[in-house]
Design a binder for this molecule. Structure first.
Ligand SMILES: [Fe+2]
Ligand SMILES: [Fe+2]
Length: 189
């Protein structure tokens, strides 16, 4: 893991580095709590924001130059290019760090907008990313408590928090975030 830490130190801001280590810590704790591989959870968390090594404005070009498969690429590039960082992080994990584990790559890819089908590892990273110690928002305490008692409820609460933020800021809401929401709640809708 030292080589990934060295890469992060060289490529992301000190704040992002700190956030990454915080996300690793929470991911490890949740993995232990929910019987998921702690090593995989730590690795996914360590790599989840490597894509933030470039400004959001450069992400659309990077994605097309490296032919990274991104659903709704043009819309995402036009409306919310920063969302591309999760696909770029998965690309870096695969191509620079030789990660071939599909579940780790899936978790990294899904950590920002979620996905209709999320593995336990993906849910852990999705929640841990919002619970790293550097985060500050009103629902944080509640979501932290939920994460310990019910992982799906925590995923749902993080989704609410993210969608609320996007809607209140009148930003573009990724359609797959809505699909992920509908899918996770299909039993109760
Ligand atoms: Fe991220
Ligand atoms: Fe993150």
């Amino acid at each position: 893991m030292q080589h990934i830490l060295d890469y992060l130190k060289a490529h992301v801001s000190p704040a992002r580095y700190k956030h990454t280590l915080g996300t690793v810590k929470v991911s490890r704790a949740l993995a232990e709590r929910y019987g998921v591989s702690v090593e995989k959870a730590a690795l996914a968390a360590l790599l989840h924001d490597t894509g933030k090594s470039m400004p959001a404005a450069d992400m659309p070009r990077f994605v097309s130059r490296h032919r990274i498969a991104v659903p709704l690429r043009d819309e995402v590039s036009a409306h919310s290019p920063a969302l591309l960082h999760s696909y770029i992080s998965a690309h870096i994990a695969r191509n620079i760090f030789d990660i071939t584990d599909k579940d780790i790559l899936h978790a990294i890819t899904a950590h920002t907008i979620g996905a209709a089908v999320m593995s336990p590892l993906a849910k852990i990273l999705y929640v841990a990313d919002s619970l790293s110690p550097d985060r500050r928002y009103p629902a944080l305490k509640r979501i932290r408590a939920l994460a310990i008692s019910n992982l799906d409820a925590a995923v749902s609460a993080v989704m609410v928090n993210k969608m609320q933020y996007v809607v209140l800021k009148k930003k573009w809401l990724h359609p797959h975030a809505v699909i992920a929401w509908n899918t996770i709640h299909r039993e109760s809708l």
